[in-house]
Design a protein around this ligand. Sequence first.
Ligand SMILES: [Zn+2]
Length: 437
Amino acid sequence: MGFEMEVRYGFHGVGQGLFSSGSLELLSRIPSRKFNWVYDCGTDSSQRYLDSALNDLENDIPTLGVGRPYLDLVTISHFDTDHISGLVKLLGRFDVGDLLLPYMPLWQRLVIAFHAHRAHSSRLTSFLVNPVAFISAVPEANVKRILFATGGPPLEDPPRGADVPREPKRPPATGEQDEKRRGMGPDFAVVDTEELSDLDAADDRRLDGEYMKRAARNGTRVAYMRYRGAVVVAGCWEFLPYNDAQLAPMASTSFRHQVSLLRDDLLGGVKAVTTRALIALKALYTAEFDFVGQRENQNLISLFLYAGPISPGVTEIYARHVTSPHGWSFMLSDKGGVLYTGDGYLNTPARFNSMQAFLCSHRVDSLVVLQVMHHGATANWHAGLAGKIKPEFSVFSSNPLHRGFRHPHTVVSNDFASYRPLQASKGVAVNVALWMF
Ligand SMILES: [Zn+2]
């Protein structure tokens, strides 16, 4: 592939939750530069597991004695406590380049907040109403840019056959652009963004983004990632978010209209005014929607993230876990990628097909690690899914002794039994290191 890389995928031992991190180092570059990322940072188990994992991560990222450790990319899949309870601490200790969040229109963020049945002044509700304001209010947070990953229109049946295009396509890079993409210029990573000013004035995302941006502090910028766009590192590695927003809970046109009328109250930054608008909208929503007997459904939004090398090569894989007590176990492979699924739904063949059509088969076929959806819950999975993905390792992050959840569920673990299941649990991490050339 022309590049020699060392890549690490870590799943910290936080118990019932998910806190994963990774790093990419180009060994052929002098001086070598690392790209560090995090996907989700939370747990329902004791916070001490999270604190200890944050210490480990801090030790892994050298600062050369200057400033705080730097994370190039932090992605949050969705806003459940077990995925974001550590976010405030993380932002208090690490500087962040891009913070990537799933984008949902304001009405949909409110629907999710209402389904969670939290107080209007709760952290979750404030986060959902205006994530930019929430992050900007974290003392010591230093985030260069907040990026929203938009969902696309509902996907049709994926094309079949060998001539499936390897989308998302990238235009051929030339000259300066090529230098930039290969990380030789000032930008080590290049992101396909749409600035707010690029968006059509009638595009709701523009208005929403401009309102949210008013709350930004410390020079934090706000932008959207282009649909099917990628974060490309040094021209040889890509991160591709997949927001399956077509699974979103719906609300009536009149509710959505009412939300847009109250946008100024909701996002204006005056707490009492925001609360009054939330009370009115919740009453309206409750009149439309019968909460009795409904399960919380905020999990329907979960931002998937694929990461992997752009051109395949040969990979030496070293994995460390309690199941390999004699240190690192070793294997050779032609795969290199990871798929983070958060609490996303691949519970029907159609949903898997949509994801595969978005990412393209060659990416799905190249996974060294799959983070199994929703801690291995049956509700997010369908029979035979493991055999469609065939990862080298299937990572479960949960507390298997939790009396309520019992994640992972047995049918899911059994499905992944042939794909080296590894369990990250309380105090037990999963680490996979790859050397690609
Ligand atoms: Zn979860």
